[in-house]
Design a protein around this ligand. Structure first.
Ligand code: FES
Length: 346
């Protein structure tokens, strides 16, 4: 699979060869993972998505959008990391190794994260020949094994195991093992059914809510992590009306919990993952899709959807309760199309 213009620029910085594959300190499984490209991961994810519990199917898509392999490759292989940050206009915290545990907190499967990390590390150390099995087969095998050991339904583990394998690919076995004993950061309900019930929000009742104000939840693990949106108000404008100061948690959050700058689709600061209530947002327009493609924020499969897992908050009008996730970084990973004008729908 080819890489976009901006990323390819950094890949050739060291001669365009994946020298990591040849490193002697990698296990056989890690070396196998390093041979896979972005397309291989996308295909594997497509195959396992139907096998992931509904509590985590969108969350898994969002995690993989937040932490694409192309970002990792750009950060790893550029001769001058500062130049990468500048040329990709990266802001926030784009390094997964600095926030491994925090990155999975919005997945229900993070309730099992310590066990998942240990299981992935152990699988990598088995050093048996991966053979002809595809990546999805390895993920499902690992999830099945762990489900049996923990006595939980396998679909509850499939998404978080896929995430664990990608974390292994991106940070390496030593970093994964180093954090394997840390407690899970998750404060969410312990039952997947409870998570789905909470995400239902007020459902149809919100449509006849007298004041036509809707609830936008931006961290499901903390009850007060929500703000109000008026009927038809975009999520970034509504976020700006939240009087609380969020800059200590993220300096990009200068006006409410969602980082914003332009509020017109130009800067890419306001990208979000939509965990639930996606049907309560306006459909993605052609303009928003082009901007998401420009920033490289979502895999191509998302662009075919009216309600993708990744949106721009400033382009998403709110008509009901919604649960979102704010990524810790923003930037321009693709940048192949010029800034387009806001020309409305599909
Ligand atoms: S705030 Fe700039 S793209 Fe939404």
């Amino acid at each position: 699979m080819g890489y976009p213009q901006r990323i390819a620029h950094f890949l050739v910085g060291r001669g365009g060869r994946n020298s990591e594959n040849m490193a002697a300190d990698k296990t056989v499984f890690e070396t196998y993972l390093h041979r896979l490209d972005e397309g291989d991961w996308a295909e594997a994810l497509d195959r396992i998505l139907p096998r992931i519990h509904p509590a985590d199917s969108r969350a898994t898509r969002i995690w993989f959008a937040f932490w694409p392999l192309k970002l990792r490759l750009a950060l790893d292989r550029a001769p001058d990391p500062a130049q990468v940050l500048k040329e990709l206009q990266l802001d926030g915290k784009p390094r997964l190794e600095e926030q491994i545990d925090a990155s999975v907190a919005f997945l229900f499967g993070s309730n099992y994260w310590p066990e998942v990390k240990q299981a992935v590390a152990a699988y990598a150390e088995e050093s048996s020949d991966p053979g002809e099995a595809g990546l999805d087969a390895h993920i499902l095998k690992l999830a099945g094994r762990l489900a049996g050991r923990l006595q939980v339904e396998q679909p509850l583990l499939t998404g978080i195991v896929a995430v664990g394998v990608m974390v292994l690919r991106q940070v390496g076995l030593s970093s994964l093992a180093a954090c394997a004993r840390e407690p899970s950061p998750n404060g969410r309900p312990k039952s997947a059914a409870e998570v789905l019930k909470l995400r239902k929000g007020r459902g149809w009742k919100s449509l006849i809510w007298k004041s036509k104000k809707y609830r936008v939840t931006f961290d499901e693990s903390i009850p007060e992590s929500c703000y109000e949106a008026l009927d038809g108000q975009d999520l970034s404008m509504a976020s700006g009306n939240d009087p609380r100061d969020f800059r200590e948690s993220d300096p990009r959050r200068v006006a409410g919990p969602v980082p914003v700058q332009c509020r017109s689709g130009a800067c890419g600061y306001c990208w979000i993952g939509v965990l639930a209530g996606e049907q309560n947002l306006s459909e993605m327009t052609a303009f928003e899709r082009r901007r998401l493609e420009y920033f490289g924020y979502a895999p191509p499969a998302e662009f075919a959807l009216k309600h993708p897992a990744v949106r721009l908050a400033c382009q998403s009008k709110c008509y009901g309760d919604v649960s979102i996730v704010v990524p810790p970084w923003n930037g321009v990973l693709e940048g192949r199309s010029p800034v387009a004008s806001s020309d409305g729908g599909d």
